[in-house]
Design a protein around this ligand. Sequence first.
Ligand code: B16
Ligand code: MG
Length: 217
Amino acid sequence: MIKACIFDLDGVIVDTAVYHYQAWKRLANELGFDFTEHQNEQLKGVSRVRSLELILGWGNVSKTPVEQTELATRKNQWYVEMINRMQPSEILPGAKEFLQTAKAAGLKTALGSASKNSATILERVGLLPLFDAIVDGNHVTASKPDPEVFLKGAEALGLNSAECVVFEDAIAGVQAAKAGSMKVVGIGSPEVLTEADLVIAGLHEMTLEKLQALDLL
Ligand code: B16
Ligand code: MG
């Protein structure tokens, strides 16, 4: 029986990808190159360290591990400046409403995000009180598609995998949920999120009926 929903953050609850893009682009420009919004798609759901590796590869730039740490820190400072100005109006359509519906129905809620800034973001947009547990990049060692972040989310709620449904917008995130033996609702396009049990355009399309139907799959 489904007892909890575990949500990814970027692309499911808020669109922080635009801020990640601006900060990474500024860094790339300082290093003397640029990358496209299309390339930025590949960074969604990917950790900060791995994102930097990919970007440096696109620019054909090589940096020592110490320099890479410095660059990632600089990007994060710009990113944090932007997310500190986020407003509740930036919550994606239907996200707050579905969180409230789920909680009112007695379901538990957790966050399962790669971001190390998730608490700041949820606090800024006023959603922190709607989560029973937060598991993010500060609590895991393995990145999606490894299931660690979602398994730790289930554990934090005191539930097993079969009792949790994951909401994810990234292919690696859908794979992580499947690797953790959880049902997964993809947020985006069915052509892209082919391994999801159900795909919707956004949480505004989610209902308790659709959630319970996943139990029967
Ligand atoms: P940070 P999610 C991910 O969030 C983003 O999609 C990805 O672009 C970012 O690199 C990653 O968080 C790490 O974020 O630099 O704040 O630690 O989709 O897993 O909620
Ligand atoms: Mg995401």
